[in-house]
Design a protein around this ligand. Structure first.
Ligand code: KIV
Length: 292
């Protein structure tokens, strides 16, 4: 029996998640890379979110988000760095492990940090094997165009699914001259060539970050693998957001493409203030919250 017979495509169509307390027998199967290709073939869009810890991962998994990215954006969303550049493999491994352990359905992608794959295919393999063996990642993501074809070929040839990342690539912010829209003018053809080269090398999806909507539309039409947009307009096959932007945990400046779906930062601020007031005023803990 083939893998596609075991996990028919219809299993990824929502609702395919039954909650963390559901009996194991009732649980849907893990999303696989071929399901994402099938969604593209059927013209069904899908969402992706970042996750960096067990509670958020559990909630997003239950919400039916089919792909969770443990992004190197953990650098500036968890660890307090100013950019994604400083985060290391050793800092990311526990975050990836927390997310894979908390999910039943989502495909978990580990982002390869800056400096952990650029040296060559061997380095990319060594890093990716660590994410898969030590943290249970199902795939990895790397930033960059055709120059990284050798890495993508080595990884996919060795059992590591690869999500590519083109357009604005934050690890290259210093060579790109800051946070700038990519793929305009002459950059358009280069972006398309890069996307095709990465697809041919075996990538199962391509993130397109901060590129004009028309360019993302064209790339999406030219590829058989799904495109995942972030600041790339409405025509990509999937959309990704950093969860702390999407849910309002980040109360600072956000890029124009971010839509905020909740105000968790202010909810938490209010909760912390009320807890503080209760402790200072002596109303917590009361009898209900004490052992007799
Ligand atoms: O690290 C990250 O969160 C990312 C997404 C923005 C695609 O690369």
């Amino acid at each position: 029996m083939s893998e596609s017979e075991v996990t028919p495509a219809t299993e990824v169509a929502p609702p395919y998640r039954s909650g963390p307390l559901a009996p194991a027998a009732g649980r849907p199967k893990r999303v696989r890379i071929q399901h994402l290709r099938e969604l593209k073939e059927r013209g069904e869009r899908w969402p992706m979110l970042t996750a960096y810890d067990m509670y958020s991962a559990e909630i997003f998994d239950e919400a039916g988000i089919p792909v969770l990215l443990v992004g190197d954006s953990a650098a500036n969303n968890v660890l307090g760095y100013g950019t994604t550049l400083p985060i290391t493999v050793d800092e990311m491994l526990p975050l990836v492990r927390a997310v894979t352990q908390a999910t039943h359905t989502a495909l978990v992608v580990a982002d390869l940090p800056f400096g952990s794959y650029q040296i060559g295919p061997e380095q990319a393999l060594t890093t990716s094997f660590r994410f898969m063996k030590e943290a249970g990642a199902h795939a990895v993501k790397l930033e960059g165009g055709a120059r990284f074809v050798p890495q993508v070929e080595a990884l996919t040839g060795s059992g590591v699914p690869v999500m590519a990342h083109l357009g604005f690539t934050p690890q290259s912010e210093h060579t790109l001259g800051g946070y700038r829209i990519q793929g305009r003018g002459g950059g358009r053809e280069q972006l398309i060539e890069d996307a095709i080269a990465l697809q041919n090398a075996g990538a199962f999806a391509v993130v397109l970050e901060m590129v004009p909507a028309e360019v993302a539309k064209q790339v999406t039409a030219e590829l058989v693998i799904p495109t995942v947009g972030i600041g790339a307009g409405p025509d990509t096959d999937a959309q990704v957001l950093v969860w702390s932007d999407m849910a309002g945990m980040n109360r600072g400046r956000k890029p124009r493409f971010v839509k905020q779906y909740a105000d968790l930062g202010n909810v938490l601020l209010d909760a912390a203030r009320r807890f503080g007031d209760d402790v200072r005023g002596g109303s917590y803990p009361d009898a209900e919250h004490s052992y007799q």
